[in-house]
Design a protein around this ligand. Structure first.
Ligand code: PA5
Length: 438
């Protein structure tokens, strides 16, 4: 049960000898990461998080999640970037994009993510959706000063205090923030909110397996222990002393690097299940913030097929040859649905009558990979056995390890994100925040 790297669609683009040539460098990079001696090493605690996480805090997350499940119909999660994408990715990947429509029937709270933009209309909609129902808040921000979540927090804090009174409301607000400093830590202390920690040595995009992701994920009824177990298996695999070309994350990093050097500047991650959409949003952040710097880096994009075959599929097939695709596939069927019978065969579908939809989807995958590779678009294929917590935990660590190796291979620090700060500071200046004028 782990991620499998398949090179079936790469043979026309990358020779085995090219992979062999990068093997010693990739081995050195892997060892540097494990020894924590490379650039940015102060932000590498994600490497051992699946085994070294705070067990006391983990137990508290489970307890608080149970409380929220029993006293709330809605959990409002406030955060942006690394402070929300991981949780949303895991919930939608494992439970589907309709998880909120189905939640109450399953006896679970709906989970809404706010503070991801400065849109007042979006906030209006979430307030309407909550209505008179019981709710709780998980505010997640390391700095506590990011404008969009800070505005959302003001709004929902005032709403919850109006509904329950200040004292009762403070029992329904959970703050995930820096352990030692910051505006949110001060507010949380003052008001007596239960607190969880955004770990010091882990950047936002690597934080999904900390309290940042785990509390909302647990509230959505997902088994967070199995998620950690899957990640731990990937951690052990990454560290295991063996031929590094047996490690899928290293292979992925090497092939990406070779393709990038050949002029494939864009990577499109592709899936055939709509519920992969937010996992891909998380992946885009992981890749873009890790690699897009010093005027370098692969530009990450995503697509859901067959949907997007009928839009950007045209560009991929016939447009400029700047991109490669990475397909994420789950081998086990995740639904038993088959092509149904009809009163007549006027739609000419009887040739696939009773065929599992999974087989039709696989046919779309194979047909598309053949079409795109024949047009000069390399395809990497990543396979997971099943759509469950263990496999997803494994995949999360796989991507984190791969982009760390990839970043070092490209000669950049994969653990900082200086570019994100520039817009934040400009926005403070435009809005006239004291201390930020030109
Ligand atoms: O990856 C990152 O570091 C960013 O995306 C941050 O997570 C994002 O800017 C939110 O920052 P904060 O948690 O300080 O509000």
């Amino acid at each position: 049960m782990k991620v499998t790297f398949k090179k079936d669609y790469l043979k026309d683009f990358v020779a085995d000898s090219e992979v062999e040539l990068l093997k010693p460098t990739a081995g050195f990079v892997r060892d540097t990461l494990l020894a924590r001696t490379g650039v940015g090493n102060e932000m590498e605690d994600w490497l051992t998080l699946p085994s070294d996480y705070d067990k006391e805090e983990f137990a508290r997350i489970l307890k608080v999640a149970d409380e929220i499940k029993s006293d709330s119909k809605v959990l409002v999660v406030i955060g942006i970037g690394g402070s929300y994408l991981g949780a949303r990715a895991v919930i939608e990947f494992l439970k589907s994009e309709f998880h909120n429509e189905k939640a109450n029937k399953e006896g679970l709270p709906e989970v809404y993510f706010v503070g991801t933009s400065a849109s007042g209309r979006y906030v209006d909609d979430v307030i309407d959706l909550i209505g008179n129902r019981d709710f709780s808040i998980n505010i997640i921000s390391k700095s506590g000063t990011t404008t969009e979540p800070a505005i959302a927090f003001r709004t929902f804090k005032s709403l919850i205090e109006k509904k329950y009174g200040k004292e009762e409301a403070s029992k329904r607000i959970f703050a995930t923030t820096d352990a030692h400093k910051g505006a949110l830590l001060n507010v949380a202390k003052e008001n007596g909110y239960e607190r969880f920690v955004v770990p010091d040595g882990i950047g936002g995009r690597y934080s999904v397996l900390s309290a940042v992701g785990l509390l909302p994920i647990a509230v959505a009824g997902i088994n967070i222990q199995k998620l950690m177990d899957g990640a731990k298996a990937a951690q052990e695999e990454f560290a295991k002393d063996e031929d590094i070309l047996n490690k899928p994350s290293i292979l992925y990093a090497i092939y990406r690097n070779i393709l990038y050097r050949k002029g494939f500047d864009v990577e499109t991650i592709v899936g055939y299940e709509p519920q992969f959409r937010f996992l891909f949003e998380w992946w885009k952040q992981l890749m873009a913030e890790s690699e897009g710097k010093d005027n370098k880096g692969i530009y990450p994009t995503s697509a859901i097929f067959s949907t997007d075959l009928h839009s950007i599929g045209q560009y991929i097939q016939d447009g400029k040859k700047i991109l490669f695709e990475t397909i994420l596939d789950i081998t086990k069927p995740i639904s038993d649905r088959v092509v149904p019978s009809a009163d007549d065969n006027t739609d000419n579908l009887d040739y696939i009558l009773n065929k599992p939809m999974k087989e039709v989807n696989e046919a779309a995958l194979t047909a598309t990979a053949q079409a795109h590779t024949s047009a000069g678009v390399p395809n990497i294929l990543l396979q997971l056995d099943d759509l469950d917590e263990f496999n997803l935990g494994n995949l999360i660590y796989f991507f984190e390890a791969a982009v760390a190796v990839s970043g070092y291979l490209d000669g950049i620090n994969p653990f900082d994100q200086p570019g994100v700060e520039i817009y934040k500071t400009n926005m403070f200046k435009i809005l006239g925040k004291p201390g930020y004028t030109d």
